[in-house]
Design a binder for this molecule. Structure first.
Ligand code: PLP
Length: 368
């Protein structure tokens, strides 16, 4: 009997195989040093990733959600302040805003799935403190256009969790705004062997504040100069991230090659809306998201045929029960709502083969 064909949604084993010897040795060094929390391996990674993003400071933290929350807390956003963010993002962006006591002000997106600058311009009030520029699916939000509509008094926080290595106007994601948060969740373009995240900024005072907040309010042990928390990068995760960072550009290029192949295979088919790349952007295709009608049936058919697919995300933030307290019903952000019913994320990872992609496209086409 012929084995049933499957194409996974992501394949982390391909990446791991390419760095295994290096990570085994690097992990062993951390174990031998007993520096499990922060320490030399973390500092080395923070320096490399800051330089990769073109910023002065990178602070390793426990995960991407904490990175967002710590960035907001460190800039002093709290009760009654408004933070503008796109309705179509992962829940973590909105969670961080709500957790610091600020009001999430949701706005709609444009056809490239990025935050709508026009909608932001309409949403600004005297209470607006921050705009969260989410670099969704792997391409940077229009940070310079956001800057021009919000002015210099509103901070731009990049949610760079899906965009390690992406460029806008030649500038790396993570270095485009005032402060940036990223996630090294294993499935991200730069992923650890567990949870990890980081905050990036050029502002030395902000960096010092975050360094304290992430470590019980102090840099030295038992100092506690502010009420902090525990959100630190592990040495082992940092060692893995340093090893993977060496490959990030090459692996992002493989993602772009795979995206170009999907484009060739699907191009000209009116039934499938391909991802748009905004002017000036170098996309890193964390996700390859297309739109089809009758999405749920297509989704089920793909899964049935052994193709790993996803929906990022099934509901915009304002329609999630957790954010029901915002009192925003259906119809509020029509583009985000419609896209949520049409989007489907196709398998995308470095190491996906041309054969696999042909099978994905063949399967998709047969279901339309
Ligand atoms: C993954 C992700 C996060 C959260 O990162 P965690 O490390 O899982 O906490 C935040 N924002 C976006 C857009 C993400 O994709």
């Amino acid at each position: 009997m012929q084995a049933r064909r499957t194409v996974p949604f992501v394949d982390l084993a391909w990446q791991t195989a390419r760095i295994r010897e290096v990570t085994d040795a690097a992990i062993a060094r951390v174990i031998d040093s007993s520096a499990f929390i922060l320490g030399d391996a973390a500092e080395a990674f923070e320096r490399s990733f800051a330089s990769y993003c073109g910023v002065d400071h990178c602070l390793g933290v426990a995960n991407g959600t904490d990175a967002l929350e710590l960035a907001l807390e460190a800039v002093g956003v709290g009760g009654g302040d408004e933070v503008i963010l796109p309705a179509n993002t992962f829940a973590a962006t909105a969670e961080a805003v709500a957790r610091v006591g600020a009001v999430p002000v949701l706005v709609d997106c444009t056809d490239d799935y990025l935050i709508s600058v026009e909608a932001v311009a309409e949403a600004v009030t005297p209470r607006t403190r921050v705009v969260a520029a989410v670099h969704l699916y792997g391409q940077a939000a229009p940070v310079e256009a956001l800057r021009s509509v919000v002015g210099d008094d509103v901070l731009i926080l990049e949610d760079a969790a899906q965009s390690q290595g992406a460029l806008r106007g030649g500038v790396p994601a993570g270095g485009l705004g005032d402060v940036a948060a990223t996630s090294f969740y294993p499935g991200k373009n730069l992923g650890a062997f567990g949870d990890a995240g980081a905050v990036m900024t050029d502002d030395v005072d902000l960096a010092d504040t975050i360094r304290k907040l992430r470590n019980h309010g102090g840099i030295a042990r038992y100092e506690h100069s502010v009420v902090g928390r525990n959100s630190r990068l592990d040495g082992i995760q940092a060692a893995v991230l340093s090893a993977k960072l060496e490959h990030l550009d090459e692996w992002n290029q493989l993602r772009r090659d795979a995206a170009a192949r999907y484009g060739d295979l699907l191009g000209g088919d009116e039934r499938v809306r391909l991802p748009l790349v905004a002017d000036g952007n170098e996309h890193v295709y964390h996700l390859y998201v297309v739109r089809v009608s009758d999405r749920d049936r297509v989704l089920a058919g793909m899964a049935e045929a052994g193709v790993g697919v996803g929906v990022h995300y099934p509901k915009p933030i304002h329609l999630l029960p957790a954010f029901g307290f915002l009192g925003l019903g259906e119809g509020r952000h029509p583009r985000a709502e419609r896209f949520a019913t049409e989007i489907i994320s196709l398998p995308m990872y470095p190491g996906i083969t041309a054969d696999d992609q042909e099978y994905v496209v063949h399967t998709l086409r047969s279901l339309l």
